[in-house]
Ligand binder design. Structure first.
Ligand code: NAD
Length: 319
């Protein structure tokens, strides 16, 4: 059985192994694949794995041997699942693998906004402490989180996990979700409607999926309802934020700081409005990427194929 991985580099830049897949067939791994090379590379394959390389109807029609597509991610919008279904190709995704990593990263972004550890360390190495007249100095206002309120928009797996860490730091949590689960409420964690969350939160962290109902949920109207000096965290999806509106709110000081791991177009374009904003931290969509989390993703990707071959397919998104 011929298995082709079209864009394996971000999952496995060399620190984990493809052995699990190699035990199931004849595997060719490409680090990345340009659109014009897709068909040539997969036309003889029965199994194709993709992370972000699109598999369109035209591609699937040109590659008649494919029986199974494994998406190396949770989101599978890069595959034309309807076309796959018509051609009796099963498409499997990885529904969850990175909850701990993504919630840890949301808190890392928040702590960086509160303490600017990296920039203070750089300042010390650049001699600023050595040449400082006082025994210590700081370059930004430092923020203590205990007693403050974190508003979490989207209280699913990652939202809840982020909320637990926030509570461990002494924060109160206000959660907004389309499907509230009252059993998750505690003395320090309550559901709220969106307007209440916006008005009462010192920090707002986004953990809802990107749906038409959530696209642009952070915009100039919702920002106007927030506290002066609020901090905003986003390691969910870039288009949840209207970036021009967040830039303006950061530059006016209404929003004291924002830290985002995701932006509207990735990789980020140099004309992204957030690159013109004050007090913003931007990371290159790495919340998911600790080795532990990628290993879990790899294990599930292998298991998805194994289950399919045993006639017990799982994590199929187009059945
Ligand atoms: P989940 O499905 O467990 O939770 C999502 C929650 O959002 C659910 O409780 C759902 O009810 C809620 N929701 C849906 N629509 C809503 C709406 N209109 N308003 C408010 N809440 C709404 O998903 P998860 O595993 O917690 O993942 C959350 C998101 O994290 C993913 O959708 C993805 O965008 C993002 N993510 C980012 C990375 C990264 O590397 N930065 C990695 C993994 C996931």
């Amino acid at each position: 059985m011929k298995i082709v991985v079209l864009d394996g580099y971000t999952l496995n830049p060399g620190d984990i192994t493809w052995e699990g897949l190699e035990a199931l067939g004849d595997v060719t791994v490409y680090d990345r694949t340009k659109p014009e090379d897709i068909v040539t590379r997969i036309k003889d394959a029965e199994v194709v794995y993709t992370n972000k390389t699109p598999l369109t109807r035209a591609t699937l029609e040109a590659c008649g041997n494919i029986r199974f597509i494994g998406v190396l991610a949770t989101g599978y919008n890069i595959v034309d699942t309807e076309a796959a279904k018509e051609k009796e190709i099963m498409v499997a995704n990885i529904p969850t693998y990175g909850t701990a990593a993504v919630s840890q990263f949301a808190i890392a972004l928040l702590l960086e906004l509160c303490h600017h550890v990296g920039e203070h360390s750089d300042a010390v190495k650049n001699g600023e402490w050595t040449n400082n007249p006082d025994w210590c100095f700081w370059k930004y206002p430092l923020v203590e989180l205990a007693g403050k309120t974190m508003g979490i928009i989207g209280f699913g797996r990652i939202g809840q996990d982020t909320g637990k860490i926030a509570q461990a730091l002494g924060m109160q949590v206000l959660a907004y979700d389309e499907y509230p689960r009252p059993e998750l409420e505690t003395d320090t964690c309550h559901y709220a409607d969106l307007d209440t969350l916006l008005a009462k939160s010192d920090v707002i962290s986004l953990h809802c999926p990107l749906f038409p109902s959530t696209e642009g949920i952070i915009n100039k109207e919702t920002i106007a309802k927030m506290k002066q000096g609020v901090m905003i965290i986003n390691d969910s999806r870039g288009p949840l934020i209207v970036e021009e509106d967040l830039r303006d709110a950061l530059n006016s000081g209404k929003v004291a700081g924002a830290a985002v791991d995701v932006v509207s177009t990735e990789p980020i374009q140099m004309d992204n409005p957030l690159l013109q904003a004050k007090n913003v931290i931007i990371t290159p969509h790495i919340a998911w990427a600790p080795k532990e989390s990628r290993q879990r993703l790899m294990d599930i990707a292998v298991d998805n194929l194994k289950c399919y071959l045993e006639g017990k397919p799982k994590n199929i998104v187009n059945s």
